[in-house]
Design a protein around this ligand. Structure first.
Ligand code: ATP
Ligand code: MG
Length: 391
């Protein structure tokens, strides 16, 4: 039983949110034998004991779920039968203190909530040794909801990961490198309900196949939260080499990033992504000073969202570990930003100089060509073993 938490404050578009959440849950659980029903207050996933653990593990990775309860549905409305069913369930728990809480949404049920809680509490006290009622800080909370379609019993809640259902805010394009920051930035955008596509710039032969595979692996890890993911791969070698050969070395990174931004904006618009997301963090490197951000950002109109802009590296690493991207990110393969790096990149680039220097290369044609030839990989979070179907 899923309670909506933050979602239920979105009054005007609650239906949109709930439908998206339901679709996302249905997608994640599509191979499991479940039925999903929802109304404005609750979502119910009917499952059986065999798939119960798998379903719970999946629910903990779906954004939009703040809390859920493993509820048992009792079909009987007979007070004695309800009492003995609840007693059986409570006996399976280890407890010293408890509290019973009843919510009666079916007003035709003959006993009032408080009286019913007291009655069930009495049964538990009489039949289980050494337990006490503690109304303030009980070890076990016995929740009973009397609804028209049945009586539901559940205990302490499970925590979900919160956020908004993926996709409810539309799409965004994540500039995904092999580093630590960008997968974390992507995760944070997904958490706000943004469905991501990813864009990776490679520079073969200077960047290796291992570097590309590492990015594919990172995209796969993000796909768990994003349902699936489309990864665009742009060959950046020609542009990068032209910059290297023609522009002053201290402006190399500035101009390279201006090109990356331009390409990102076009790929985003072509794929109906409304924002670009990246892993820039204020002050982390020369291209991420406030002046650099201005000079680089002036090349695009699309909003660029930087979820980790104000985080310390250690805070970013904590999240990377939590979402299991850290170990992949620290694999030592060269990225296109780490090759061609000048000894002294400019920290406070000037607009005029950046504009002048980049005119030394025919970048519009090169960008057009790079986008025209770009590769797209679709990554599913449910990659099956290819022999699985044959077994
Ligand atoms: P680290 O996590 O080690 O800082 P990084 O990937 O963040 O690595 P930066 O040079 O700080 O590297 O780049 C800033 C941001 O620019 C990245 O977070 C990413 O969003 C984007 N970016 C950099 N290189 C690439 C690339 N090769 N392809 C796609 N996006 C990139
Ligand atoms: Mg970085």
């Amino acid at each position: 039983m899923i309670k909506y938490g933050e979602l239920s404050t979105k009054k005007d578009n609650i239906n949109l949110f709930l439908k998206q959440l339901k679709d996302n849950i249905a997608f994640a659980l599509e191979d499991m034998d479940v039925a999903i029903k929802f109304d404005k207050g609750r979502m119910f996933i009917t499952l059986n004991k065999d798939n119960f653990k798998k379903v719970c593990d999946s629910l903990k990775k779906i954004f939009g779920i703040h809390e859920f309860d493993i509820a048992y549905k009792l079909d009987s409305r007979e007070v004695d039968e309800i009492g003995s069913s609840i007693l059986e369930l409570v006996k399976e728990k280890e407890l010293k203190t408890f509290k019973v809480q009843t919510k009666r949404s079916d007003k035709k049920f003959p006993i009032q909530s408080m009286d019913f809680s007291r009655h069930i509490g009495g049964i538990i006290l009489k039949n289980i040794d050494d337990v006490k009622v503690d109304v303030h800080n009980p070890e076990l909370l016995v929740n009973i909801e009397i609804r028209i379609d049945g009586v539901y019993v559940y205990f302490n809640s499970e925590k979900g990961i919160g956020g908004y259902p993926v996709g409810v805010l539309g799409k965004g394009l994540l500039m995904l490198s092999g580093g630590i920051d960008s997968p974390v930035a992507g995760y944070m955008a997904i958490k706000r309900g943004v469905k991501l596509e990813c864009l990776y710039f490679e520079s073969p032969p200077h960047t290796s196949l291992e570097a590309k595979n590492k990015v594919i692996e990172l995209a796969k890890k993000l796909a768990v939260y994003n349902n699936d993911i489309k990864l665009h791969i742009i060959n950046f070698t020609e542009i990068q080499t032209a910059i290297y050969q023609n522009c002053p070395s201290e402006y190399l990174i500035t101009i390279m990033r201006r090109m990356m931004y331009r390409i990102s904006e076009i790929v985003a618009r072509n794929n109906r992504c409304k924002i670009v997301v990246n892993g820039e963090s204020i002050g982390q490197v020369a291209s991420q000073t406030l002046t650099s951000m201005n000079v680089i950002n002036e090349t695009v109109k699309i909003p660029v969202i930087r979820p980790v802009a104000c985080f310390d590296k250690l805070e970013i690493i904590d999240i990377a570990k939590k979402i299991d991207t850290y170990e992949t990110s620290i694999l030592p393969f060269e990225d296109c930003c780490t090759i061609f790096v000048p000894d002294h990149p400019v920290i406070n680039p000037e607009f005029e100089k950046a504009r002048e220097y980049e005119k030394l290369i025919p970048y519009e044609e090169m960008i057009y060509k790079a986008i025209k030839n770009h590769e797209v990989i679709k990554i599913s979070n449910k990659d099956k073993n290819e022999f699985e179907d044959l077994l």
